[in-house]
Design a protein. Sequence first.
Length: 117
Amino acid sequence: MEHWTVDDYKNFTNGNKRNTKYRANKVSIDGHTFDSQKEADYYCELKLRLQSKEINGFCLQPTFILAPKLKYKADFVVFHKDNSTEVIDVKGFKTKEYIAKKKVFEDKFNLKITEIE
């Protein structure tokens, strides 16, 4: 039987990152934490589009009240030059909860959610 020292065990456990439920790792950029690299990349794309004056602006993770005790948090809202607004959700995996909230959101606010896959 093999015996490990405390240091061996610490090295072993520190070297193994836990797999997240949907295999996405949180990423921090500019003091903001994103649920995935894909979402962080989209944020960087929006920053470039804003810098080049392609869009008027955007906001991060706005929360919409769907019903008492039921909220939907989008990833981004983008404000376009033509004064339109676009609700963005960056998706790697669509949960049943997301699909249900999307339907309620779109019905209540008469807006479509743009999914970035």
